[in-house]
Design a protein around this ligand. Structure first.
Ligand SMILES: Cc1ncc(COP(=O)(O)O)c(C=O)c1O
Length: 368
């Protein structure tokens, strides 16, 4: 075995060019919702092939404002996967709505459209498909169910910047979509941040108004009771610079995924990419029966791993208290016990990638 390396699960990118651009913004004296934010929004909209993009203070507030913009009211229901980060669900509850959890396809970790259809009721207002780990959900089938039942589709694309479904970028397929720039994501903004994308002008204006105290144009005229979920210029300039690099980074993530898959497919269940998908591997998530043992072994070898997610949302203490604890989602609960995220970021070196593969294989050699 090669000498011990420390391989992080993810790593943010920073360079002199970004630092210099930040210094210029600092010197400009304009820090909130200025020219940089406008430019970043325009460029991000282009990435998704949509007419509008509106920056928000986080991915969570992007989801919250999107739900508010579509008019989610108390007691409305929103159908979502339980196998996701908690903030796919929490904004629904904050708005007085009810998350309706459905099971996932364990191959892609995304919503099963037929299960969505079964849970539609008179109260259903929207569906939130999550493009988990960077693999898109089956959007055609979900859009069809939504159309037949007059529902909104709010894409949770927090983990899927640049991913494609049948050649179309996610973020431009549903009625409205939400991204996160949290530091582990495929692109970041040097802190918390999010963005909403849509082709619908009214929804975009609503989000824009609500993020800035209900103000649409004129100062000190508040058309709605809004929030302070604004975005700042420093983050926008970092976002602009990172967005330029996103295609190369996603390509690199895909190459690393291919190397992992070729090395590990005989010992663990490796992630798949549907024929219609372009996966951007926000996370490279394997499934292994002996997951906890493998994780401890990799940890001793210096390889950082993650469990996304050990407890499905419907089993989270804060959520169970809201919706009762009877719900059983077989595939979701199985996945929570098996998943393990291996190091994945575009700065991984060949030596580090090989080391992760060798360490994983060594675990299985010792076991057998
Ligand atoms: C699937 C999913 N939805 C929503 C969010 C919320 O984003 P943020 O952390 O920027 O609020 C995240 C980010 O962690 C996420 O992974």
């Amino acid at each position: 075995m090669a000498k011990k390396l420390n391989v992080p699960l993810s790593k943010v990118y920073m360079d002199e060019d970004i630092k210099n651009a930040v210094l210029q913004v600092l010197d400009s004296g304009w820090y909130i919702l200025g020219q940089m934010v406008k430019e970043f929004e325009r460029e991000f909209a282009k990435l998704c092939g949509v007419k509008h993009a509106v920056c928000t203070s986080s991915g969570t507030t992007a989801i919250f404002l999107s739900l508010k913009a579509i008019g989610l009211k108390p007691n409305d229901e929103v159908i979502i996967p339980s196998f996701s980060f908690v903030s796919t669900a929490s904004p629904i509850i904050h708005l007085g709505g009810k998350p309706i959890f459905v099971d996932i396809n364990p191959r892609t970790f995304t919503l099963i459209p037929a299960e969505v259809e079964k849970r539609i009721s008179k109260r259903t207002k929207a569906i939130i498909p999550v493009h988990l780990f960077g693999h898109p959900a089956d959007m055609d089938a979900i859009m069809e169910v939504a159309e037949e039942n007059d529902l909104f589709v709010v894409e949770d694309a927090a983990q899927a910047h640049g991913a494609e479904y049948k050649g179309r970028r996610v973020g431009g397929i549903g009625h409205i979509a939400c991204f996160s720039f949290y530091p582990s994501k495929n692109m970041t903004v040097c802190g918390d941040g999010g963005i909403v994308t849509t082709n619908n002008q009214e929804l975009a204006e609503n989000v824009s108004m609500l993020r800035n105290h209900g103000r649409l144009g004129e100062k000190y005229i508040h058309r709605a009771l809004g929030y302070n979920f604004r975005f700042n210029e420093v983050q926008a300039v970092v976002g602009k610079k990172q967005l330029e690099k996103l295609p190369t980074w996603n390509e690199q993530r895909r190459k690393i995924a291919q190397i992992y898959t070729e090395a590990l497919e005989d010992v663990v269940t490796v992630p798949i990419e549907e024929k219609w998908a372009r996966h951007v591997y926000h996370m490279y998530v394997i499934k292994a029966k002996e997951r906890d043992e493998l994780r401890a072994f990799l940890d001793r070898r210096g390889v950082s791993t993650g469990i996304h997610y050990p407890v499905p949302i419907h089993k989270q203490p804060a959520i169970e208290n809201n919706i009762g604890s009877k719900l059983k989602l077989k595939k979701t609960e199985e996945c929570a016990n098996l998943v393990l995220s291996l190091p994945m970021h575009p700065q991984l070196t060949q030596t580090e990638i090989d080391y992760v593969c060798e360490s994983t294989l060594e675990f299985y050699e010792k076991k057998h």
